[in-house]
Design a protein around this ligand. Structure first.
Ligand SMILES: Cc1ncc(COP(=O)(O)O)c(C=O)c1O
Length: 375
């Protein structure tokens, strides 16, 4: 047990300086801990009850209905499930796109999360990478030129609704205009909204939903919502999903998801926060978090640190600081740039503490000495 106790102490300590990765940390789930005493499983389709009762499909369906409404899914033509995370949602969506258009080409920007490339590889799909603009958004001119050259083949587009490093959003409206201008009728748009989808939809700040032209949307449940166990929600058009999935007598259910066994606990975590604070409470969390992000940028700039932020982003980007600061604050770093993400639970006091470290000359000196030790 000593190993476990030490581990607990470490994560308790490290959780105080966790600003580089997107995890909502403001919520308390202890009422749900009794769930962990049971071996529960949501295997199969969330909308088909099986002969085994140890599941939480009623909660999962509530969560799916919430996200379907949030993302303006067509009332009688949506389906979805709670899976392991944004990666699985992306895989499932690309799988549907491939079943619909086996000869389709997938287009995605160079700022796209690595799960897209991996999933394309797993599915054996053809793909083309599109240039990104400096802020991480897709370069629409490059998209238009590339799509035009391949207009004889179905077009599958992955739009980023919050890129991992800079939280840039691709414009689904502009993408649709490009498809229309080349008379491409066989197309599929998947929105990878793992990071920002939930709060942007709540704030009504970015038109990426089904009404705007999405065919599928996936989000992570451990990011903005903040489930303590990684999970994700994928919502798709039901008529596309109906093309796959078969009945499995052994589980008394339909095999419509990527994995067999699925967590029955994570849907209850998501359900709990949605029901406890409601859409209004979630919106307030989003507004408060945006406020902290604006404050962080203001304070970084006031301290003379080269920094910026995309519109409606909780991510603030700045020049990569010393290795010691990157380590202490668990910053995500790509070359010269690092970021912090003001997910719910990151307070202005935490930002102040971080900036105090950033501008502390002694801290910098120590960091350089320490860094020299590793050279
Ligand atoms: C834009 C984007 N897509 C997909 C993912 C993968 O999500 P998950 O870690 O939930 O599988 C991430 C994770 O950071 C992400 O930022």
């Amino acid at each position: 047990m000593e190993k476990f106790e030490n581990y607990l102490k470490t994560i308790q300590e490290r959780s105080k300086h966790f600003i580089g990765y997107p995890a909502g940390i403001d919520f308390e789930y202890s009422e749900l801990y009794p769930l962990l005493e049971y071996n529960l499983n949501n295997i199969g389709d969330p909308f088909v009850d099986s002969h085994c009762d140890m599941h939480s499909r009623e909660f999962e369906r509530d969560v799916l209905a919430f996200f379907a409404s949030l993302f303006k899914a067509p009332r009688d033509n949506w389906w979805g499930y709670v899976g392991s995370g944004g990666t699985e949602g992306n895989l499932y969506s690309l799988y549907l796109a491939r079943e619909l258009y086996p000869k389709g080409i997938v287009y995605y920007s160079e700022s796209t999360h690595y799960s897209i490339q991996k999933n394309i590889h797993l599915l054996g799909m053809s793909s083309i990478v599109i240039r990104s603009k400096e802020n991480g958004e897709m370069d629409y001119d490059d998209l238009a030129e590339t799509v035009k050259l391949n207009r004889h083949q179905p077009t599958i587009i992955v739009a980023n609704i919050g890129t991992t490093m800079t939280e840039a959003k691709d414009d689904v409206g502009r993408i649709k205009e490009i498809l229309k201008s080349y008379a491409i009728t066989q197309h599929y748009i998947h929105c990878d909204a793992a990071l920002a989808g939930t709060y942007l939809a709540l704030l009504d700040k970015c038109r990426f939903d089904f009404a705007a032209g999405a065919d599928s949307i996936s989000v992570s449940g451990h990011k903005f919502i903040g489930s303590p166990i990684p999970c994700g929600v994928v919502i798709v058009k039901k008529n596309y999903k109906d093309r796959i999935g078969r009945s499995i007598p052994y589980i008394g259910n339909l095999d419509t998801t990527i994995t067999g066994s699925r967590s029955a606990v994570t849907p209850v975590f998501l359900w709990y926060i949605i029901n406890k604070i409601g859409r209004e409470g979630l919106l307030k969390r989003a507004t408060d978090a945006m406020d902290v992000a604006a404050y962080a940028l203001e304070q970084l700039q006031a301290a003379g640190i080269d920094s910026w932020r995309n519109p409606h982003a909780l991510t603030v980007v700045f020049r990569t600081p010393s290795p010691k600061i990157c380590y202490k604050w668990q910053l995500a770093t790509q070359g010269d740039w690092s970021h912090l993400i003001c997910m719910p639970g990151i307070t202005k006091a935490i930002i102040d503490e971080f900036i105090a470290d950033l501008i502390n000359p002694q801290f910098q000196e120590q960091a350089q000495n320490e860094f020299a030790m590793y050279q």
